[in-house]
Design a protein around this ligand. Structure first.
Ligand code: SF4
Length: 81
């Protein structure tokens, strides 16, 4: 989840980031707790695809990005080679 906003065009999607208005505990839940609420927010976020691509490109290991948990992103990376 993006913590700050920027005016760089490549990161413009962060300005639409719904999680910028939500607390970080949403996106970095305690181990074993549910990521359902964070994913629900991602589902309504305009920047979701860009967010996910950013997380994959930057090897973000922790928290929910683009609607996927770190485990789900790992799985996606493995599957996509
Ligand atoms: S997709 Fe989710 S994690 Fe990414 S910017 Fe939107 S709300 Fe935040």
């Amino acid at each position: 989840m993006p913590m700050n906003t920027t005016t760089e065009p490549a990161l413009a999607w962060q300005e639409a980031a719904l999680c910028a208005q939500a607390g970080p505990e949403f996106f970095f839940p305690a181990p074993g707790s549910s990521t359902r609420e964070a994913k629900r927010l991602c589902g309504a976020c305009e920047g979701r695809q860009a967010c996910l691509e950013y997380a994959l490109a930057n090897d973000e290991r922790f928290g929910v990005w683009g609607g996927l948990s770190e485990k789900e992103r790992l799985k996606l990376r493995r599957e996509s080679g």
